[in-house]
Design a protein around this ligand. Structure first.
Ligand SMILES: Cc1cc2nc3c(=O)[nH]c(=O)nc-3n(C[C@H](O)[C@H](O)[C@H](O)COP(=O)(O)OP(=O)(O)OC[C@H]3O[C@@H](n4cnc5c(N)ncnc54)[C@H](O)[C@@H]3O)c2cc1C
Length: 320
């Protein structure tokens, strides 16, 4: 968690000059393709068609965050409604993940709430659902407030809860009565020691505590409601969750596993082959660099994969 290379890559991901250069290189050399399903919606739909044919549900995310004008936020709203329509027309089983700073949270929380309502209402009319990604801690409280409003009104919303934050246990208790879908993640941002666990072992320990808490609610709840998404690529946590789920005989409608496109595809296959419900999170869009760099910062070994792609492509260009 405190690896200096990780911190450096994460810091670079917030610098516009760096992200622009990486964006140009990535578009030219295609090294981000393993993690991103293309820049346009039709490319993404083509990329997920094989998953869908295998009966695997997806979560589609149109990459983008921290928009700077209301017009951009409105365009993001329209884009999401179009994605929901396109999924239905293409017969793809899947929902969407939205980031609230892409819907104007920095500009005006009321605008953001109203645009999120529009998306949730469109999803509800298509019997679909939305999941709200959790961003850096500056947005946690505002994100939960919006989730609460949306879930009260439409009943089809989920949110990510980050195990690295000290506050998350309290947040689970706050959210549980509303019965949203809760996606349990470790957390992808850099947070200070005053509010977040810094050591991997502590984050993993809290992940287990929060998971146990949710599983406990699930076995004591009757009727539809709270659902848990175990969103991690950590083999030890996945084994832990599988063992617990087996022990409690948890029905598949109450939980699922989630992983990111292109990451630990071996584990994705393993979870699927064990018959667990599984959903792959598929990001697409032109604004892919910050997402891509967060993935690099989580596993600096991915840098060697990027360098190999660049070298191979250069070799090809020179020999042409
Ligand atoms: C479906 C999904 C949705 C998410 N949504 C959010 C969100 O809304 N908000 C948020 O803050 N975070 C989100 N995350 C990211 C999450 O918080 C972590 O940053 C990320 O999943 C890495 O943590 P890990 O649980 O995989 O465990 P780690 O301990 O980081 O990794 C465990 C193992 O997974 C593999 N691995 C992990 N990351 C990579 C990678 N980038 N490349 C290759 N291998 C890797 C490695 O084998 C590693 O040893 C999401 C993650 C998933 C899977």
């Amino acid at each position: 968690m405190t690896n200096p290379l990780r911190n450096l890559i994460f810091w670079l991901s917030t610098k516009k000059t760096v992200t622009h250069s990486i964006g140009r290189l990535g578009t030219r050399y295609g090294f981000a393709r393993r993690f991103i399903a293309g820049e346009a919606l039709d490319e993404a739909l083509r990329a997920i068609a094989p998953l869908s044919r295998d009966g695997q549900p997806i979560i589609l995310n149109h990459l983008g965050e921290n928009v700077s004008t209301p017009e951009e936020a409105l365009r993001a709203r329209d884009g999401y409604v179009q994605i929901l329509r396109s999924l239905r027309e293409a017969g793809i089983t899947g929902n969407i993940a939205v980031k609230l700073t892409q819907l104007g949270l920095d500009l005006d929380p009321q605008l953001c709430l109203s645009l999120t309502h529009d998306i949730a209402a469109a999803a509800a009319a298509m019997e679909n659902s939305i999941e709200i990604d959790m961003e850096g801690s500056a947005y946690t409280e505002a994100t939960l407030r919006i989730l609460e409003e949306i879930q009260k009104q439409h009943g089809n919303a989920g949110v990510a809860v980050q195990a690295y934050l000290f506050r998350s246990q309290g947040d689970l208790h706050r959210l549980a009565p509303l019965k949203p879908k809760i996606r349990l993640v470790k957390g992808a941002y850099r947070e200070p020691a005053s509010i977040a666990f810094q050591k991997k072992s502590d984050v993993d320990g809290n992940y287990r505590t929060l998971l146990n808490q949710m599983l406990d609610w699930l076995i004591h709840s009757d009727g539809p409601g709270l659902r848990v998404a175990v969103a991690t690529h950590d083999p030890a946590l996945i084994d832990y969750a599988c063992a617990k789920i087996r022990q409690l005989s948890l029905p598949p409608k109450q939980y699922e596993f989630q992983m990111l496109l292109g990451i630990r595809r071996d584990l994705q296959q393993k979870v699927l082959s064990q018959g667990h419900p599984f959903r792959v999170y598929v990001p697409f869009g032109e604004a892919w660099v910050p997402y891509f760099m967060r993935r690099l910062s989580e596993r600096p070994a991915n840098l060697s994969f990027v360098l190999r792609s660049l070298l191979a492509e250069n070799k090809k260009t020179n020999s042409n």
